[in-house]
Design a protein around this ligand. Structure first.
Ligand code: 5GP
Length: 194
């Protein structure tokens, strides 16, 4: 097991409905030294990509993206979520279904902060069905920018998102891939990675 898998095995809580709670170190209280290790690992895995910007989505992606950005020495842009958006031609907008909140959000990024010159690493905390990622990818494309890679902390490999995103040809790296979880036993099994 790698450092993140070990931490999930130790402190993650398996809930009903395919939800993994990691709020003691990732989603609510944040272990910044762990984030730093994650940032270093993203840098190692995307060493060959030419990245000048990190894009994430509020709220849980922001902390991870910011610490990762210290390793890439690039700025972070986070997509904002809003129920009602005043479309005034200044924003990129995508519609995203929320796995945890079971509702639809618009995610928005100001046109000031993404342009065709940008080579973007997308970072998020979880990958489940891939809706959040697809929203971010569509915003990058709308801006005429390039998705150089996608870095995820925890991928739930038994949900469809990872397969969809890899089949689209993106360089997706997930630090931990959960193969299965058992809420009764509270156990998490991980996919072997190289
Ligand atoms: P997706 O859009 O891939 O279906 O879901 C990804 C988003 O849903 C992530 O940004 C994350 O906030 C949330 N999410 C999905 N599954 C889980 C989970 O098992 N645990 C937690 N804490 N968040 C999740």
């Amino acid at each position: 097991m790698n450092f993140l898998e070990e931490r999930i095995a130790k402190d993650g809580v398996v809930k009903e409905g395919n939800v993994l709670k990691v709020d003691s170190f990732l989603n609510h209280q944040m272990d910044i030294e762990l984030f730093d290790e994650m940032g270093a690992e993203f840098k190692r895995r995307f060493a060959n990509e030419n990245i000048n910007k990190i894009l994430t989505i509020e709220a849980s992606g922001i902390g991870i993206a910011c610490i990762a950005a210290m390793h890439f020495h690039v700025p972070v842009v986070f997509a904002k979520k809003s129920q009602s958006v005043n479309l005034d031609g200044e924003m990129y907008v995508a519609e995203v279904e929320s796995f945890t909140h079971k509702c639809k959000n618009q995610v928005i990024v100001s046109k000031k902060f993404l342009s065709p010159d940008d080579h973007v690493l997308i970072i998020d905390d979880f990958l489940a069905n891939g809706y959040a990622l697809q929203g971010l990818i569509s915003i990058v494309h709308e801006a005429g920018a390039t998705v150089e890679g996608i870095g995820i902390a925890v991928e739930k490999g038994f949900q469809i998102g990872g397969q969809v995103i890899r089949n689209l040809g993106y360089h997706l790296e997930s630090l931990a891939i959960v193969e299965s979880m058992d809420p009764a036993a509270g156990t998490v099994n991980f996919r072997e990675q190289d």
